[in-house]
Structure formats: C-alpha cells, structure tokens
Design a protein around this ligand. Structure first.
Ligand SMILES: [Zn+2]
Length: 786
C-alpha cells in the first residue's frame, strides 16, 4: 500500500479547533439537556413503581355518600344532609378527616378576592371597581354547616379553615376500618353570570319568563384526597386549581318543583315517578338508537318555560358507582335528547343532551352526536367508557364532572348561528365530555397540576376534532398554535410544571402547550404507534387511581422504550422555545481530477508545525524525522502531553499521511457523482428538537430527512452535519410541515449556491479514528519529537 500526502481541508482544522475549545470549556456547549431527570422525579417506592405503574402496595381511600337535598328556587338556596362512609385503606391511623368546602370560595373573607395584584387604568368598569373594594356584599354566601354528628348522633368537633374543614374523630381510625358520619348544611347559590368571583356552579336567570338554569356543582362537603404522596391534600380552593377527590359510590336524592327536569351524574332510580309514560317510552327507544331521539321536545320545553311555576315538589333519585364527584343541573327550560353508544367492551352508554331554546339550533344537531363521538375516540386512548350515561348540558359557562358536563352553545336570537359558533360548541362538548377520562377516571390532582387533565384532555380533544371532520379548525393541538405563546419574553412564561394557582398564561400553559408537546411527541419524536400504545397504557394503569406527573412521565418511557427525559425536561420543566437556525450550507464534490499521488512526490514527508512558542522552541532545538508507525512509544509519550491547554493559538499543518484503498475509477464510481452538503445549525431557541429537513432537487423532486433530537446531545448550541445526496439540491427547508413549533421560521430556509467546493478523497484508517487529538497530530507529523 502506498503512502500518500493529501491536502487537508480548512473544514477539518475547524472541526479540530472546536473539539479543543469544548474540551477546554465543557459546559459551554454540553449543558445538561440530555441528562436523566431522575432527580426531578418522585422516588419510586412500593406504592408507585419505577415503571410508572401503581406498585404492589398502592392504596387509595374510598368515600361513599348518601345525600338528600332540596332546592328552594325562590331563594336560590340549597339545603342538604349527607351521610358519609369513609373507608381507611391507608396503612396509617387517622385522627382527623379533611373536607373541602368549595362554596366558601364565594364567602366575603375568601382569599381569592384579595390575593391578586391590581392596578388603576384610565377607564375602569363598574365590576373592576367593585372588585377593588371589600366583598361584604357577598355576606350571605359560603357554606353554613348546621350539624356534624357521628353515626349514632353524637356531635363531632370540627374546624373550618377557609375552603377546608377538619373533623376530629372520637378515636383514631385504624387501617382497614371505616367511619360513618353525618353533615347537615345549606348555602345560597351564586348568580354565576353576574358575580365578580365567578362560579363553577350556581344559577343563570332568564328575565323573559323568570326561568333558571341551575348548575349544582362542588356543592356538598366532600372529602379531600389522602394519599401516599402528601398525606392530606392541603391546597385551598381559590376557583382556579380544580379538585382532587376520592372515588366512591353515591346515592343522591334532589327535591325540586315538579316542572323542573334534572340532568345528573349517575343512573336515575325513579324515572317511573318523575317522567311521563310518553317520556319513558321515548327514553327506551333512545337506548336502542344510534341517532338522537327527543325525550322532551322543543315545543314541550317551551310550554313549560312559558307556563306558571309549579308549587308542587318532586324528588329525583340517582345512584352512581365508582365516581370521584357528583354534579347535576336543573331547569324549566330543558329540551332533552338521547342516543346509545356501545363502548369497546360491548357495554351500552346513554349519551344525552339537555338544552334551552337559545341553544336548540346547535345543540339539537350536534351535542349528543359529539358526546358519542368523544367516547368513541377517547376509548381508544385509555379504557372503554365505564359509566352508564354521558351528558352534555347547555350552560353559559363550561365545566366538567363525572358523567355530566356543562357546555355553552347558543345560537343567535333569530335561531341562526355562525360556523364558528357551531365549531366552538362541538369543541367544548368534546373537551368537557373528554374530561370524563382526564381527570374523572384517570384521576390526577387538578388542584396541583392543571396540565395533567387540561393538557392531556386537550391533546385527545384535538384528535377527536380531526376525526369529527378532517377540515376541523382546531384551536389547540397543532404545533404552530404554540408559537405565539412560546416566543414571548421569558418573564411572561413559566414551565408546564407550575402549580395550577400560579400560572400566568392559564389557557396557553395548562391547555395549549402540553397538548402541543404531546402532539409533537406523537407525530415527530415517537411516532404514532409507540406513542399511542404508551399513552393508552398510562390510562389503563391509572384508571380509577390517582396518578402523579412522575407516573405519567415514567409510563410514557417505560411502555414505549424511548428515553424521553430530555423532552420532559425541555417541554415540561423549561421555558425555552424551539428555534433552530439553518446558518449556512457548504456544498462539496470530490476532486478526482487532481492526482494526490503527484503531490506526494513534490512534498517533504516531514513537516514542521509547532503548536506554540514552547513547542516551537523545543522543535528548533531538536528536530528529527520520525515515523509513528514504527515508533509506538512516541505515541504514548505524547498522549499525556497536552499543548492545547496552554497554547494561545493553534496552527495546524495542512499535510496528512494516508493510505489509499480505492483506485481512481472506484473513487469516481463511489464518490465522484455525489453531492456532500455540510449544514450548519444554531439552536437559537434553546429547546432541543428533532430536525426535519426538506431537500428540493434540481429535477424538482423533494426528499425529507428526519434527525432525532439526540443529535444535539454533545453540543446543545451548534450543530454541523453532512448529508450525502445523489442529486443536486436547489433549496433546503427546515421543519417544512411546521411540526416542531419553531418560533422563527425566517431562519429555516436556504437556497443553495451555484458551485460546489472541491475536496479530495483519501482513506482514513479505522485505528486513526480511535486516536486522541494529540495522537492524530503526531501521526500527521505536526508534532516533532523534542
Ligand atoms: Zn378542561
């Protein structure tokens, strides 16, 4: 094999220089974006495993409720009494129980009236001015606890701490024991349309005929979650972070004037008493229909709405098994329709909608169909919908509870509606019904982590919308939709992993960004098959249980075989945006015209190329010829000699020694026709991302290269990478389908210049690659033995 000397390109010396610089300052380019996040996650234990699944000792409490209440529709006052059975499945004895009194959010002394900053403006609305003052005018609101007793009627002592209440047990409740107690209470419902502190539940009053739509939610004293993560939940309700509740069985009776129709969580136990025989007949046919059947028609609803209010009462009775909450709505305005949906496990679910005349044009056409469609899509991403009913009630503000949700969807006064209003209604129905899965069944703690229910739900909502209509203009989900938020100044951003109450951009941070992140994970990082399997595994593992963020992160990795630590760190724990700049492109072609063998004859075999003044001196003193192939000791000698650690500047020889493998003809065949494109990228945004590169070739054809995000793992800031193409490219676009949420696409496009740079081809020995920079320099003859 002949020895040859070949010109070294400037490119190579640049590469070496950058290698040396990063060796000097390792933190300059190699941060920790790809290091594992074990230290950020909850340590695995026997309750929650390292795999992200419930562990062998996982436990959760169970709470059963028997409630009787009556709604005074003149005073808008709800009075109730409940018997609670608390099952202590924990390994600990409990001396007290904590309950949530969410209605105290409206009490005049509630923190949420005063814990926000405020400022004056040139114009101020009346409501804004009212909000600046005290809230004494709300003095009748909040929960009145009238009695708390044990099963046998003995009074229990209790302490109310704003929206929470501690009940002290007569003796500690041991593991495996249950405790039965009673609470009597009442409260005034809030006018949820006209109260500065907006309400999840309350009433909306319709002036035309003096009718109401009541949404009775978060309405009875409910047990807080007690779990292995924090013991008793201890975050107050401020109206924002929703709730964390235990699963249990409910038996609820509501007494109202008999002209009201009730929509409720659970199965009605006494339709025979509360519905007409005609209505029951229609309901039976709806159970067999895959299209909506009207139970109460618009005309029938209008007749009740316009009639005089009844003074007689009737009692509705519902039961629900294994739910984490219970809500209901009631009105003299409701039309009502229903259809059947058979879930993936072959169980029938009655999908129903209740709506006043204002919503009739949209709701009657789309609501119940959207409910059934939601179940069909969501079932694939978690578990088959396990409850007997799924309900959409039209109310001016949306909110979700087990089996029932309240979703706005009104038409114009003349009964017409815009495409936009229709889509908004379908979206909100899908979204709120979708909440049955996240968090009603897959029961994350909403009070802490809004993204776990809003983000996951918005993500599946996007898929359901796209399957509803493939031209559906989804508001949230596509990567592009996240750009305007993520490119903001960092002082306006916070990580997704921010407590619900502390989020500035709630819609963007809790809904849109996590939904976008999951979309990118599915479409760009993992692929649909791996993502869908892992995401459904999360739902299956944590259905009817209480997952934490750690359980989600771990399950997604463990079930897919993809290390996503970098993704969680960047998207969920960070505030960087994706912005990759394609800075430059160099086009190279092999130079097979000039004969390198000719050069070898013209050059000296040994060259002097001192590193710095020290080595320069040494070299002067003792220059000699050497051949590293024959002198392995020399390699060892220089292994520990690191001139770059002291050198001010480094000058490399432009001469190499190499073996040649291929003949000129072979080189022509293997390399001569190819185009070598060296692309230089800068990670401007900071969030590491896969690279999607679209090539347009001279003949008009296109090709996509997909490079995983790990390409940034050794240098998070800049990247140089060579792509070999048979055809000549005319343009390159980064992220052509806008799938990575790159916030600045102006630096993603690059036309390719006319002429390539020529380079020469030589063989690089395999062993050469394993040498360190010093050894390489010796081999190249750039360092002379002193
Ligand atoms: Zn939501």
């Amino acid at each position: 094999m002949s020895k040859i000397i070949v010109n070294v390109l400037l490119l190579v010396s640049f590469c070496l220089t950058s290698t040396l610089i990063s060796a000097q300052n390792p933190e300059s380019n190699h941060g920790n974006k790809f290091e594992q996040i074990d230290n950020l996650l909850w340590p695995p234990n026997t309750y929650r495993g390292a795999d992200g699944a419930p562990g062998p000792d996982y436990w959760q409490q169970k709470v059963d409720y028997k409630i009787e209440c009556s709604l005074d529709t003149k005073e808008n006052k709800l009075t109730g009494k409940e018997t609670i059975t608390y099952h202590n499945n924990s390994p600990n004895s409990l001396r007290y129980l904590w309950l949530q009194l969410d209605e105290n959010q409206h009490a005049p002394d509630a923190d949420n009236h005063i814990f926000n900053s405020s400022s004056m403006d040139e114009t101020m609305s009346e409501q804004e001015l009212i909000r600046l003052e005290n809230y004494n005018y709300l003095d009748k609101f909040g929960v009145n606890i009238t009695k708390i007793t044990g099963a046998t009627g003995t009074k229990l002592s209790y302490n109310i701490n704003k929206t929470m209440m501690r009940i002290d047990l007569p003796k500690p409740l041991k593991p495996g024991e249950k405790y039965v107690f009673n609470i009597d209470w009442n409260y005034y419902l809030i006018d949820r349309m006209n109260t500065p502190s907006w309400g999840r539940g309350g009433y909306e009053y319709f002036e035309d005929n003096g009718n109401y739509i009541y949404t009775v939610t978060q309405w009875f004293p409910r047990l807080c979650v007690y779990n292995d993560v924090e013991g008793w939940q201890n975050k107050q309700f401020t109206g924002r972070g929703e709730f964390a509740l235990q699963f249990g069985d409910y038996d609820v009776k509501m007494t109202l004037p008999d002209d009201y129709v009730i929509a409720s969580t659970g199965s009605c136990q006494n339709y025979a008493q509360v519905l007409s025989s005609e209505e029951r007949k229609r309901l039976e046919s709806a159970k067999k229909s895959d299209k909506p059947v009207q139970i109460v028609t618009l005309d029938e609803a209008l007749a009740v709405e316009k009639g005089t209010r009844s003074t007689k009462n009737k009692t509705w009775h519902f039961k629900a098994k294994n739910v984490r909450d219970f809500a209901w709505g009631a009105s003299t305005k409701f039309a009502w329709d229903a259809q059947n949906y058979r879930n993936g496990a072959g169980q029938d679910v009655l999908c129903m909608s209740y709506y006043g005349k204002e919503a009739y044009p949209i709701y009657n056409r789309y609501s119940t169909k959207a409910v059934a469609h939601t179940l069909k899509v969501y079932d694939r991403y978690s578990i088959p919908y396990p409850y007997p009913v799924a309900i959409s009630v039209e109310a001016a503000n949306g909110m979700e509870y087990p089996m029932i949700s309240f979703n706005p969807g009104r038409a114009e006064e003349d009964g017409t509606y815009t495409e936009r209003a229709k889509m908004a209604c379908i979206s909100v129905v899908i979204h709120e019904v979708g909440h049955n899965y996240y968090p009603m069944i897959i029961n994350s703690d909403e009070r802490k982590w809004s993204w776990m229910d809003e983000g996951l739900n918005t993500f599946v909502q996007f898929i359901a919308e796209q399957e509803f209509d493939n031209n559906y203009k989804s508001r949230r989900g596509p990567a592009e939709g996240a750009i305007s938020y993520m490119k903001q100044n960092k002082n306006r951003l916070e990580p997704i992993m921010t407590n619900s109450d502390n989020i500035i951009g709630f819609g963007a941070n809790a809904y849109m960004k996590p939904a976008t992140a999951l979309n990118i994970l599915r479409e760009t990082v993992m692929g649909r098959e791996l993502f869908d399997f892992a995401f459904a595994e999360y739902g299956r593992r944590w259905a009817f249980k209480h997952p934490t963020p750690t359980d989600f992160f771990r399950t997604m990795e463990e079930a897919s075989g993809v290390d996503l630590d970098w993704f969680w760190k960047g998207w969920f724990y960070g505030i960087d945006a994706v912005d990759v700049s394609l800075d430059s492109i160099k086009w190279y072609k092999a130079d097979l015209v000039n004969d390198p063998k000719k050069e070898v004859r013209e050059r000296e075999r040994v060259v002097t190329a001192p590193f710095d003044h020290i080595t320069k001196k040494r070299n002067k003193e003792a220059q000699m010829e050497f051949d590293v192939d024959k002198d392995p000791e020399l390699v060892d000698y220089y292994t520990n000699f690191k001139p770059w650690e002291t050198a001010d500047s480094i000058i490399y020889s432009k001469t190499y020694l190499y073996d040649e493998t291929f003949t000129k003809e072979e080189k022509e065949e293997k390399f001569g026709t190819k185009n070598y494109y060296e692309l230089n990228f800068t990670n401007v945004g900071g969030l590491v991302t896969p690279l999607i590169i679209e090539w347009t070739f001279k003949d008009g054809t296109k090709q996509i290269d997909r490079i995983p995000a790990e390409v940034w793992r050794k240098n998070e800031n800049t990247l140089r990478k060579v792509f070999v193409k048979e055809k000549e490219a005319t343009a390159i676009i980064l992220d052509p389908y806008k799938e990575t949420a790159d916030v600045d696409v102006s630096n993603n496009l690059w036309p390719i210049k006319e002429l390539p740079t020529r380079f020469q081809v030589f063989k690089k020995n395999r062993s050469e690659k394993q040498l360190n920079p010093m050894q390489k320099a010796i081999k190249r003859g750039e360092i002379i033995k002193p």
